[in-house]
Design a protein around this ligand. Structure first.
Ligand code: PFF
Length: 448
């Protein structure tokens, strides 16, 4: 496609907003706290931070470079950059990742909508303090119809935004949400800090106990870092392909990675003190946030109002992440299968709805939708981040480090020489991409 044919972001600010919009979502607020709880707290967080700087930031730059230079979606970008080779096949891992992630992401997005509705029904007022929120969540999430209806609402909202197109849909939408969500999380962090026994939560978050670390901790931390920053599946390739040549790849990448990490840490600081204060089980898995937050809301003034604003902005953050997932599938279908945009969105909604339904139903006790003792929901959740995104990210750094010419990489990083990037910094990023990231990812994959 010629440069002028591709849709593009309206402004530099718009690029950052859309990338942060893709990165910040359920991964930060739902998935990060529950993994921290499952993996023993501070040690997991430390490993996560280390990986985010040493592996995810370079992967982010590499994906961005492929997108902007390849000017197409994942498969097409590889084909444009390495014509006549089999590299384009690596783009297919992103289609697999989208399919797996969208399935369970829509279910969790639906849970968020249900809690938003509950807050309108005043279920989180101070009268509700003392309610067994764990039982309530279990009953709802394992139900037959309610979680499916909410999931479908989430799917339809996402599709509506994608149909509106890149700039209009995504950009306008994201720039209001992130600041609102940020302020609301800060409010929760402050409320949590004043709960009785909150110090136990802080110790859990900040005092590492390395005896809890296993090889699984490493793969979980790496997979979560990729998931949270939307890496390893071509989302940043696509967004990169919409970005102007003059935009600074390193600064956009660093801002996105930094803000995403900040959101995740704040979410953990809001949740964990409350987990210990209300005696919630930290290692209970995907329900953690939905069981803990109602306790916080019902123990604060104007709890239902704060809950509504929180779940509303969480929904929008989840939608702005989901649209980047859908966009990966849709642009693949448009570019590779010559579908119209409408048909592509329709196919995407249909798969999302069908596999979302299966994931949701797999949570029912005794459901046959399990494999090796894991529900389909847990299986998709685990396999997508821990393996598919990780392998996708590995292929991306190998491509940039070993297939692409170093001069081409530097040309992108400096926007054709117009951005003055210190030599040591450019070389550090290059070697992180070429050697450190692939070795680290391979080692973690092998030992897990
Ligand atoms: N980063 C999103 C989140 O943290 O919720 C999820 C996600 C979006 C993962 C887009 C991958 C992706 F390509």
């Amino acid at each position: 496609m010629k440069e002028s044919d591709r849709s593009s972001f309206g402004s530099r600010f718009g690029v950052i907003v859309a990338m942060v919009g893709s990165a910040v979502g359920l991964g930060n607020i739902w998935r990060f706290p529950y993994l921290v709880g499952e993996n023993g707290g501070a040690a997991f967080i430390l490993i996560y931070l280390l990986f985010s700087v040493l592996i995810s930031l370079p992967v982010f730059c590499a994906e961005f470079v492929i997108g902007r230079r390849g000017r197409a979606s994942a498969v097409g970008a590889f084909r444009n950059l390495a014509p006549g080779t089999k590299w384009y096949l690596s783009g297919f891992t992103s289609i697999l990742a989208v399919f797996l992630i969208l399935s369970f992401y829509s279910v969790v997005g639906g849970w968020g909508i249900k809690y938003m509705v509950d807050s309108v029904l005043l279920k989180f007022t101070q009268d509700a303090a003392g309610t067994d929120f764990a039982a309530g969540f279990a009953q709802f999430s394992t139900g037959n119809w309610a979680p499916l209806v909410y999931m479908l609402i989430f799917v339809v909202i996402t599709a509506a935004v994608v149909i509106l197109g890149v700039e209009k849909g995504i950009e306008r939408f994201s720039k209001w949400i992130m600041p609102i969500l940020f302020v609301l999380i800060l409010v929760l962090v402050v409320r949590s800090a004043f709960l009785p026994n909150s110090d136990v939560g802080y110790r859990y978050l900040f005092q590492p106990d390395f005896s809890k670390v296993t090889s699984q901790t490493f793969i979980a931390a790496l997979g979560q870092s990729f998931f949270s920053m939307s890496l390893g599946m071509g989302a940043i390739i696509i967004y990169g392909s919409y970005v102007k040549k003059s935009d600074n790849i390193l600064s956009h990448s660093a801002i996105t990675v930094g803000l995403d990490t900040l959101f995740a840490l704040l979410a953990a600081c809001a949740i964990m003190p409350a987990v210990f204060s209300f005696g919630v089980e930290p290692g209970q898995g995907p329900g953690l946030v939905f069981v803990t937050l109602p306790h916080i809301f019902s123990n604060m003034p104007l709890g239902s109002l704060v809950a509504f604003l929180f779940f509303f902005s969480l929904l929008l953050a989840a939608v702005s992440s989901a649209i980047s997932l859908v966009e990966v599938m849709v642009s693949f279908l448009i570019e590779e299968c010559r579908c119209s945009r409408k048909l592509a969105v329709f196919i995407s909604i249909l798969t999302q709805a069908v596999f979302g339904t299966l994931c949701s139903l797999s949570l029912k006790p005794g459901s046959p939708l399990t494999l090796g003792g894991l529900t389909l929901f847990d299986l998709f959740d685990k396999i997508s981040s821990d393996y598919v995104l990780t392998i996708g990210a590995l292929l991306i750094v190998l491509f940039v480090g070993w297939k692409m010419k170093k001069a081409d990489f530097m040309d992108e990083m400096t926007s054709g020489g117009t951005i003055r990037l210190p030599k040591w910094l450019a070389n550090t990023i290059y070697w992180l991409i070429k050697a450190v990231a692939p070795l680290a990812i391979l080692t973690i994959l092998i030992f897990s």
